[in-house]
Ligand binder design. Structure first.
Ligand SMILES: Cc1ncc(C[n+]2csc(CCOP(=O)(O)OP(=O)(O)O)c2C)c(N)n1
Ligand SMILES: [Mg+2]
Length: 701
């Protein structure tokens, strides 16, 4: 390997001190004792490199290239800058660090072990990528204490970090200095090539999220080879054009790294520090090439790296002084954490309790009562209304009671109806609001909302048209995987949007979203169900939710007040058969529920008894035990499903032999009633099909 990649260990680590002022730390903490000062920056960084290559070699898979290349950045950040206490991973005012390039997970695991996260042991590092270990292939939120987000799908981490940085400023605007931290990101070339990065960068720059500091691990290598195969963007210019402060430095020069961070911390804008690094730093033949990106380096490469790095120790062995220096770094923030606890205790009692409630994620005590009171009111209001408008009316009530509820839209505010009086706009450097204009950035919005939820203190929601949920999907999937309370309001939820036509009319989206594990897809039928669905979404602490809403007006289907949330089981009998045992069960969701009720009347006029079951959330219904499901499905010989969407998923309720009235292809551009008629999603069609089946089964006597 070229000489410049090899370094001696002459430069001492200045403990927690800044280069500029050797006797004080960044935050005025005590310096490391003299003997630990003998441990060099390089030794600390090489501890990361060694653990990464040893773990990847043992697992025979993984990605050592990034941790080895970014070890200098990580060492400066975690040993000198980051505000954290390794023994208290969930300290609310910690700085956040997001490894956007999740494939470099061994960087995080090594840091967690070295800094002293109690659950991260050498044994866990040795079980890297094995079943049940705390060290899965890519970082998994909640699975491994001490990490801030699940990452791996490139670009997501950066966009989530933008959300975290926004949450920090918004919470600070409400609670003051008990919220005062930075969000740091390590983003790779791949992260920055992904389209979502542009959305995140643009919104962060626009909102002047100056607590966001991004390191670009600019090794100019990706899987296929040198970046020049596919990319020639000057990232510094790109970020500058998006209203960022951006610099380029040598990512192996610890002093330059620290200087750049110190400058970035003082910036009035978000900051990019493009760090030129060598992927696989230390590897004799693979460093600087795409061969260092992944896979076991092999014994020879590892032996050569040990020589180059002057790291003569056995695999997974960190010499005591080096480990001690790291453990000291892991405790750097302890005094600040204690001081923070004191500051919290000085807050007025009511404010402190509110702050703590918000961070726990508990809803306010008055929430349940507010829901019931509004529900009582709705029972008297039978005017037809689009569920998107019903949702807005619900938000008018709930946003007053739930101050942590944030709303926003990807440039469809007048259509999504997510803005209410209690949610004033936030804007650049003005964070005391609750409504976020995301611009036309659905993907960035969904990911940033995940970041806000991860940060804590808020229940974020975003909105766009249901068809454009496709633009959000990778972020939605991560929200479901992480089990976080992020809510999307997707309006214009079927062909019922009418004239805008098939480009805007979702048909396969409900099925596709329902297929996502742990994602709750709600499709309420009227005002009361809309309130119930919002209630469930807000209460779902470990599941994200989608609330799918209509553009067109719908009649009310619920008239009687009941305090019980009937949507909670996902489906319920809305209208029993009147006059005798049901021969037909009609199951429907959203806008098709009122249509099912009309079909029930048509059938009744012909002496065919039918019952109607509303299915506001198929996911919750399918999660019920067999007996409960069976009770709701009932034993009528004919089952009909009605939804202005594709059939997929409905067989779980209506069975393979059930009749489905819905869509089999794309929609059409016309006034919505014409579109429904054209695709024969009508009460008459439902009744006709049910009757024919009754006849063929000879169930009518
Ligand atoms: C959305 C997405 N697409 C593709 C991948 C697969 N993948 C993992 S890393 C990578 C690119 C590697 O280049 P870079 O991001 O610069 O990381 P480095 O090789 O420098 O560690 C790709 C395509 C992914 N993880 N996420
Ligand atoms: Mg790269």
């Amino acid at each position: 390997m070229p000489l410049h990649r090899c370094r001696t260990h002459a430069a001492p680590l200045e403990g927690a001190a800044t280069d500029e002022s050797p006797n004080t730390s960044l935050y005025g903490e005590q310096l490391m004792p003299a003997q630990e000062d003998k441990v060099t920056h390089d030794e600390m960084a090489n501890a990361i490199r060694a653990l990464a290559m040893d773990a990847v070699e043992k697992a025979k898979s993984g990605h050592a290239g990034l941790p080895m290349g970014a070890a200098d950045i990580a060492t400066v950040l975690f040993a000198k800058v980051l505000k954290y206490d390794a023994a208290a991973a969930s300290w609310p005012d910690r700085d956040r660090f997001v490894l956007s390039a999740g494939h470099g997970s061994m960087l995080l695991y090594a840091l967690l072990y070295l800094t002293g996260e109690p659950s991260m042991t050498i044994a866990e590092l040795q079980r890297f990528r094995q079943l049940g270990s705390r060290t899965p292939g890519h970082p998994e939120y909640r699975h491994t204490p001490g990490l801030e987000a699940t990452t791996g799908p490139l670009g997501q981490g950066l966009a989530m970090a933008a959300g975290m940085a926004l949450a920090e400023r918004m919470l600070n605007a409400e609670f003051g200095l008990v919220v005062d931290h930075h969000t740091y990101v390590l983003a790779s070339d791949g992260d920055l090539m992904e389209g979502i990065s542009q959305e995140a960068i643009a919104i962060a720059g626009h909102l002047q999220l100056n607590r966001l500091i991004v390191f670009h691990d600019e090794n100019h290598i990706s899987i296929d080879g040198p970046l020049s195969l596919a990319d020639s963007v000057d990232q510094v210019k790109r970020f500058q054009a998006c209203n960022w402060n951006a610099v380029r430095i040598d990512g192996h020069d610890r002093k330059a790294i620290l200087r750049a961070i110190r400058k970035a911390q003082k910036s009035d804008r978000p900051s990019l520090i493009a760090c030129k690094t060598t992927i696989g730093f230390g590897m004799p033949t693979k460093a600087g090439t795409s061969k260092a990106h992944s896979d076991a380096p092999g014994p020879e490469e590892i032996a050569g790296a040990r020589r180059n790095l002057n790291w003569p120790y056995e695999p997974f062995v960190i010499p005591e002084p080096i480990l001690a220096a790291w453990r000291k770094a892991g405790k750097r923030g302890r005094a600040r954490r204690k001081a923070w606890n004191t500051a919290l205790n000085v807050l007025p009692m009511a404010q402190r309790e509110e702050f703590e409630r918000r961070l726990r994620g508990d809803l306010p005590a008055s929430f349940g009562e507010a829901v019931i009171a509004y529900k009582r009111k709705l029972a008297e209001d039978r005017s037809p209304i689009a569920t998107r408008k019903a949702s807005q009316a619900t938000l008018e009530v709930l946003a007053n009671v739930v101050p942590e509820l944030l709303t926003g839209s990807a440039d469809l505010t007048p259509s999504n109806n997510t803005k209410v009086a209690a949610t004033p706009d936030i804007g650049p450097s003005s964070y005391a609001g609750r409504y976020i204009h995301w611009g036309v950035r659905e993907h960035g919005m969904a990911a940033a909302i995940n970041g806000i939820a991860l940060h804590g203190g808020f229940i974020p929601s975003g909105s766009t048209f249901l068809t454009f949920s496709d633009y959000c999907r990778p972020a939605l999937r991560l929200s479901a995987l992480m089990g976080i309370r992020a809510i999307e309001v997707f309006t214009h939820d079927s062909i019922g949007l009418g004239e805008d036509g098939p480009t805007h009319q979702p048909v396969e989206h409900l099925a596709a979203l329902r297929a996502m594990p742990n994602m709750l897809v709600f499709r309420p039928a009227d005002q009361t169900e809309t309130l119930e669905c919002w209630q469930l979404a807000l209460q779902a602490k470990t599941s994200p939710s989608i609330v799918a809403l209509t553009r067109q007006n719908l009649p009310s289907v619920r008239f009687d007040f009941t305090p019980e949330n009937l949507s909670a089981m996902g489906a319920y009998e809305l209208a029993p058969a009147d006059g005798g045992p049901a021969k037909v069960s009609i199951f429907a969701s959203g806008s098709e529920v009122s249509l099912a009720l009309e079909a029930q009347r048509i059938l009744a006029a012909r002496q065919i008894f039918a019952r109607v079951v509303s299915v506001p959330c198929m996911d919750l219904f399918l999660a019920q035990d067999r007996d409960r499901r069976q009770k709701i499905i009932g034993d009528a010989p004919v089952r009909v499903g009605v939804e202005a969407a594709v059939r997929q998923g409905w067989d779980a309720i209506i069975g393979e032999d059930g009749i489905f009235i819905g869509m089999t292809g794309f929609g059409a551009s016309a006034p919505y009633k014409d579109v429904y008629n054209y695709f024969t999603i009508t009460p008459e069609a439902v009744a006709e099909a049910a009757m024919r089946r009754c006849n063929s089964l000879r169930v009518l006597k």
